[in-house]
Write a new protein. Structure first.
Length: 534
């Protein structure tokens, strides 16, 4: 794909060919200079159809075109533009004339004196639909909760029907709602309750008057069809429905779409609620379950004795679901925060190891060997923690896993012994570095560097005022004339830092004639930040 029609334009081929979004390059005169494949799929115009044409005629709705040209002229005159170098959400056009929402960012650029505008556009139709669904579900939950409470507290059928009208108008955003009641013991016709609800104040008196004057029997008009079928009925535009006798009045008030649904008590219709909208609208079948639930709330006012327990149960279930969703969101955020915390800590540990290893290494191979060994010990600790869902890992498994890298218990040179102890993640990571340093040191300079040398790694768990204390003992034997080093190396400093700051414990080095003996004492559970800092 070529990014431009002439060589004076900047070469944007890499951007156009690899971008996941629609990418459009526009010249100063508003014509399209380049158009990638994602743009072709998004807007329905091929590259050959788009390049050279005015961008406004391709993707910009009529109502935005004047602002488009004004903004372009302002930028060319002043170098400033209201939508440049920031993300905005706006409507765009497909080749079919369909409008859809996009996220847009525009960046001006130039090459060899030629200025162009680089636009990145992303179809956010699905995101907008998802956001609208979430908002609607929240509104539905709140409206259902209010109506449930009203139905459980009120013995007034009229008050509950009014609350239902308000809830449906709030959920749908429709303009007007009205309620009929029904008693088939007399005229077999719906009775006008005089209960109306308008989302915004407007004069609907003519519709109110004609509704009072008409008789809606089964099959007559919108409410009569609902009465006859006991099912919701939707009219896309009442002006074109021959079975809607109030069409003239509704049209004069600017009302077009309408739907109605029954309120049932058992198998009997006790009311019909109808609603009107200011524009034509296709049926929204996703509304029916919600309308059914709302209708049930109103119908249960007629069955007060049997309904009270069911109403409480539904309200509790609703509140429980809201609470469950909140707890799931809190858990998700907690997991994200914990993951972020662990990654930062691990990066800090790796950075510290690299820095200190570099300071004590005399060559690149020496640095590579030392650094790789320390990272390998961290990796093994991570594997143990991952196997335990990052909650804790057994001390026994950690020690055996690390020791097994260098030697085997079967040869009798390493003895490992201690009771079961589960350590938290922070302690596992810190202790893995400590044991790694001890093992590499004994292999190079300690007991395992001589034929008859042996190492014992043991621990006990001692009670204390708080968490039990792990008393770990490292003991080397088989050497002769061992003397305490005059200067502490990096390994010793790392052990002291890890035990003091990460484990919240103490480390005591004892240099005996037969080899090193190290006493590590630390809490078995993770300590507070204040303890670590001490």
């Amino acid at each position: 794909m070529h990014a431009a029609l002439d060589p004076s334009l900047p070469d944007l081929s890499p951007v156009l060919e690899t971008a996941l979004d629609a990418v459009i390059v526009m010249r100063e005169d508003g014509s399209v200079a380049a158009w990638n494949e994602v743009a072709a799929r998004t807007f329905g115009w091929s590259r050959e159809e788009a390049v050279g044409r005015q961008l406004s005629s391709l993707i910009i709705p009529d109502r935005y075109r004047d602002a488009h040209y004004e903004g372009l002229d302002r930028y060319l005159a002043t170098g400033e533009g209201p939508v440049l170098k920031r993300h905005i959400e706006i409507s765009a056009l497909r080749s079919t004339g369909e409008e859809f929402p996009v996220e847009l960012s525009i960046t001006p650029t130039s090459s060899r004196g030629t200025r162009v505008f680089l636009g990145f556009l992303r179809d956010i139709t699905r995101r907008k639909l998802d956001e609208a669904t979430i908002r609607r579900r929240a509104i539905e939950a709140e409206a259902l909760s209010r109506l449930t409470a009203l139905a459980s507290e009120s013995s007034s059928f009229e008050r509950v029907m009014s609350g239902c009208l308000e809830a449906v108008c709030e959920i749908t955003g429709w303009s007007l709602g009205h309620a009929f009641s029904y008693s088939d013991e007399e005229t077999h016709a719906l009775a006008d309750t005089g209960i109306w609800h308008a989302c915004e104040p407007f004069d609907f008196a003519p519709l109110e008057q004609v509704t009072r004057d008409l008789s809606f029997t089964p099959g007559t008009g919108l409410p009569g069809r609902v009465l006859e079928t006991q099912q919701p009925v939707w009219i896309t535009d009442v002006e074109h429905d021959p079975e809607f006798p109030r069409a003239g009045v509704a049209h004069s008030l600017g009302l077009h779409a309408a739907f109605a649904f029954p309120i049932l008590s058992g198998s009997r219709t006790i009311a019909v609620l109808e609603f009107f909208h200011s524009s034509a609208a296709e049926p929204d079948l996703s509304l029916w379950p919600t309308l059914h639930t709302l209708g049930e709330q109103v119908g249960r006012v007629f069955e007060r004795t049997r309904a009270e327990a069911a109403l409480r149960q539904e309200r509790e279930a609703l509140l429980a679901e809201i609470d469950r969703r909140e707890r799931l969101e809190q858990q998700r955020q907690l997991l994200l925060d914990e993951l972020n915390h662990r990654v930062k800590n691990m990066l800090a540990v790796v950075l510290g190891i690299a820095h200190q290893t570099a300071k004590t290494s005399t060559s690149v191979p020496e640095f590579t060997s030392s650094f790789s060994g320390r990272l390998a010990s961290l990796a093994k600790a991570h594997s143990l923690l991952t196997a335990e869902v990052w909650e804790a890992a057994p001390l026994d498994s950690l020690v055996r896993e690390l020791a097994g890298t260098y030697t085997s218990e079967a040869d009798g040179r390493v003895r490992i012994d201690g009771p079961p102890v589960m350590l938290p993640p922070r302690s596992v990571l810190a202790l893995s570095l400590v044991i790694h340093e001890l093992l590499t040191n004994t292999i190079k300079h300690g007991a395992l560097s001589v034929p008859d040398g042996r190492v014992s790694i043991s621990w006990t768990l001692q009670p204390s005022g708080g968490a039990p204390v792990v008393q770990l003992r490292w003991r080397e034997e088989g050497m002769t004339q061992v003397a305490e080093p005059k200067h502490a190396g990096f390994g010793t400093r790392l052990i002291n830092a890890s035990v003091g700051h990460e484990l919240g414990g103490t480390a005591e080095f004892h240099w005996l004639p037969g080899g090193l003996e190290l006493h590590l004492d630390f809490p078995s559970t993770e300590q507070s930040e204040g303890t670590h800092a001490q």
